[in-house]
Write a protein that binds this ligand. Structure first.
Ligand code: PHB
Length: 464
């Protein structure tokens, strides 16, 4: 299921057929990922060694494609890029198939649990269940660790477990990992139980988790075997296209990136013909993109079949997998506030009794008199349109939350269709018009929901 790219892949000069705009675009995305999602354009030019004008052009292209945001001098990764990591996580199958069992183990042990796969000389996390503690461990989905200095790395090196990380990665951090074998006997991933020296010694942790960890591994191996048996029943590839392109480098980069997102859990290995069909690209164009990816270690070819490697997670996954709802919504709220010239915000339920709402994001226009509700403000749910929406109203209008104010609110739904938040505009009575405001709110809610859907496919998005 998983194959390791050759470590030398990225050091050789690119082959003549590699697509230059794609090479540069991928370099920019990788540098932004290493910098935790945001870099000044001048820094990007320094890091990539490209001319500033080239960096500006690449970033404008990536922004046009929705993969990054330009904000003054800074470029930041944007949620739609998570579709690339999602394709990789989906094609790997590990998070979907084994994630629920990892979650169960974390509950049973009350410790953090992670799943990691080999990626050349490194390992990469593909699933994390964190236990909130004062001392919290903060590797994210997509983060790499060195192969030698971590429990999962030792598992892949030795081919057996348990392997113990006694503060190899960080002082105080301890972990015990076991391999999970696929149907043909290869170690597909490592499951780690992670704790801290304030709770256990490394040997003590290994001893305490041995039984539950071994049963979890057996259950995971059963799932992988059942999945291998069912492989013949998988659906065909989804179609995709490189739309929205309007100049040659934009087109080359857009087409190249579209190749990554045709892989999926249903189709983890594809032939050139299948990739060309699914992307709508010519065979020649798809082939050059694949040559580029293979050179960089993002795609591995095995006879006629191509597969994504976990290195694809180096394209934005770690920073984007920790994005919160206010971060996702921020740029959309700013645009809406600017359009309406009013204060707009997001509320989520505060506590479980439905009596209060919590303001999780707010953007107010700069004007002499505007509504100023601070993030973190709790308001009685009955007194606001947002509160009524969270209570189940499809759309609401209310006076309040103070005399002389009124608000209109619409729901914001998560992947499962449940209302997770309410989007409102709040203004002085006498300003605005309900129908127009509701339409603008709904359009913005749809944009935030689209970003939320792609971000929350494999990770939970905190609401504040
Ligand atoms: C983690 O999941 O954070 C983790 C796992 C194994 C290690 C270190 C950290 O060796």
């Amino acid at each position: 299921m998983l194959e390791v790219p050759s470590p030398s892949a990225t050091h050789a000069p690119p082959p003549a057929e590699a697509v230059a705009p794609l090479l540069r675009g991928l370099d920019v995305l990788r540098r932004l990922t290493d910098a935790d999602g945001t870099l000044a354009l001048a820094e990007l030019a320094r890091a990539t060694g490209l001319a500033r004008s080239t960096v500006d052009r690449i970033c404008a292209t990536l922004a046009h494609l929705g993969h990054l945001r330009l904000d003054g001098r800074d470029a930041s990764l944007a949620p739609p890029l998570m579709a690339v990591a999602n394709a990789c996580l989906d094609a790997l199958r590990v998070p979907e198939l084994l994630g629920p069992l990892a979650d169960r183990l974390a509950d049973e042990l009350d410790e953090s649990v992670s799943l990691a796969v080999p990626d050349g000389d490194e390992i990469r996390f593909v699933h994390q269940v964190l236990r909130r503690r004062a001392l919290s461990i903060s590797f994210r989905v997509g983060d790499p660790l060195p192969g030698e200095g971590s429990a999962p790395g030792l598992v892949f090196r030795r081919g057996t477990g348990p392997a113990v990380d006694d503060q190899l990665v960080e002082p105080g951090l301890i972990a015990v990992a076991m391999p999970v074998r696929g149907a043909s006997g290869e170690a597909v991933c490592a499951v780690s139980v992670v704790s801290h020296t304030s709770r256990h010694t490394a040997e003590g942790l290994a001893e305490a988790v041995r039984g539950p960890l071994a049963s979890c591994v057996r259950a995971m191996e059963d799932v992988l075997r059942a999945d291998a048996d069912a492989t013949g029943l998988r659906p065909g590839p989804r179609s995709a296209n490189a739309g929205g392109a309007d100049s040659a480098p934009v087109r080359a980069l857009a087409r190249g990136l579209s190749v990554l997102t045709v892989f999926s859990g249903g189709r983890p290995a594809l032939t050139l013909t299948e990739i060309a069909e699914a992307t709508g690209l010519s065979r020649a164009t798809a082939r050059r993109a694949l040559i580029t990816y293979e050179h960089l270690g993002y795609v591995r070819r095995d006879g006629r079949l191509h597969r994504l490697t976990p290195r694809v997670l180096a394209l934005g996954c770690a920073p984007l997998s920790r994005t919160t709802l206010p971060q996702i919504a921020g740029p959309h709220l700013a645009a809406l506030s600017e359009t309406l010239g009013e204060s707009v915000g997001l509320s989520v339920p505060d506590g479980s009794d439905g009596e209060w709402t919590w303001c999780t994001a707010r953007v107010a226009p700069r004007r002499v008199m505007s509504v100023d509700i601070a993030v973190g403000t709790r308001l009685p749910a009955g007194a606001t349109a947002a509160g009524q929406v969270l209570a189940g109203a499809g759309e609401a209008v209310a006076d309040g939350p103070e005399d002389g104010l009124w608000s209109v609110a619409v729901p914001l739904r998560g992947r499962d269709g449940r209302v997770v938040s309410a989007l409102d505009v709040t203004a002085h009575r006498g300003r605005g018009e309900r129908t127009a405001w509701a339409a603008a709110l709904r359009a913005t809610a749809a944009r935030i929901e689209a970003d939320l859907r792609v971000t929350s496919r494999f990770v939970a998005v905190p609401l504040h």
